[in-house]
Design a protein around this ligand. Structure first.
Ligand code: SAM
Ligand code: SF4
Length: 331
């Protein structure tokens, strides 16, 4: 099968797919989940076979990058088997995982052995008490141990994702930059987006990219921009002038980068979303389970991509938060 590349009506080419493999999670982060989440019924969640088939079809349409996410992807039993089923597929240039790190102590090595080479670990604070407040679970020690185990397994560099919320953890922006310098990890600061489950997002809580940069420069040291990244990488990259410590900033709210967006997402229940903030979805699961051929599925994906939104519209007066919070979409 040789499908034409996935292109939308604004000329953007889709090269990257985020696959949510579960909406379940062992944390309840306040910026992502409601206190009492409603889980997708198990029989509606794509099986590994269905995920691998979808990945194969996506790769045949010019997708080159796949990120496994969730919910918490490590909470799904057999994750290394799924990685094995996707890694090394023709056309795949980059396979990565986003995880909260809690289960990496036991999983880092099996994931490496299965062919995974890139990991992003979420860590919003270096203070145990604050961790409990944000993640609503007491797992700080396990996550720190997970980061260490991932480094020992060979993952390098590990990217640490920090969602910065004013009044919650913005006081740790500089500490996290020092953590990058001390522990040889890349830290990526993410602006808080309106995707939480309890409606706590407000514009005032967004600690902006500029504020992050100012804080780091004042408290840690001068930064220089790293050039040569791809336009579609959502993170603007910086390095400390003395060469120790790498940081990235994802300014989704204050400086949207939708014009260069090259990604689509599929939820754990097989709904294709062309934007985090989409108000509509395409039911790929119905096709996977309904006997559709690969070419037909590829055509449906291409059609959805053609209609990809111009941008997320967070800053538009008529902006609507999507019905699914982040954990149910796949971050
Ligand atoms: N459970 C895994 C984790 O936490 O890394 C993977 C799924 S999580 C939804 C993916 C990423 O989305 C995490 O880095 C998380 O911090 C980020 N995220 C979740 N809700 C967010 C929000 N409202 N704004 C910005 N980033 C968010
Ligand atoms: Fe779970 Fe990740 Fe959402 Fe936190 S951000 S609740 S770890 S899915």
């Amino acid at each position: 099968m040789n499908q034409p590349a996935l292109r939308d009506s604004f000329g953007r080419q889709i090269r990257s797919v985020r696959i949510s493999i579960t909406d379940r999670c062992n944390f309840r982060c306040i910026y992502c989940m409601p206190k009492d989440p409603h889980w997708i019924p198990r029989d509606e969640i794509l099986t590994f076979e269905e995920i691998i088939r979808f990945a194969r079809i996506a790769l045949s349409t010019g997708v080159e990058k796949i990120r496994l996410t969730g919910g918490e992807p490590t909470a799904r039993r057999g994750l290394p088997e799924l990685v094995k089923g996707i890694a090394g597929r023709p056309g795949l240039r980059d396979l990565s995982l986003t995880t909260n790190g809690m289960l990496l102590g036991e999983l880092a090595r099996p994931l490496w052995d299965a062919g995974l080479r890139r990991i992003n670990i979420s860590l919003d604070t270096l203070q145990e008490e604050k961790f409990v407040h944000i993640a609503r679970r007491g797992a700080f020690t396990q996550v720190m141990g997970g980061i260490e185990k991932a480094q020992q397994a060979g993952f390098s560099p590990i990217k640490i994702n920090m969602v910065v919320m004013r009044g919650y953890n913005d006081d740790e922006v500089a500490d996290m930059a020092r953590f990058s310098r001390d522990r040889a990890v890349h830290v990526r600061y993410i602006e808080f987006m309106p995707l939480d489950g309890d409606g706590i997002w407000s514009r005032e809580k967004v600690f902006t990219a500029q504020e992050i940069l100012d804080r780091i420069t004042e408290e840690v040291g001068p930064l220089e921009m790293v050039t040569g990244g791809t336009l579609s990488d959502p993170a603007r990259a910086f390095r400390f002038k003395d060469g120790r410590g790498d940081i990235g900033i994802i300014a989704s709210v204050s400086e949207p980068f939708c014009f260069a967006c090259d990604r689509i997402r599929i939820t754990a229940d097989g709904k294709l979303r062309t934007c985090l903030f989409s108000q509509t979805e395409t039911d790929v699961r119905a096709l996977l389970r309904g006997g559709a051929g690969d070419e037909e599925i590829a055509r449906v994906i291409a059609n959805a991509v053609w209609n990809k939104e111009a941008g997320h519209g967070i800053n538009d007066p008529g902006f609507l938060q999507p019905k699914r919070p982040m954990y149910s979409i796949g971050g």
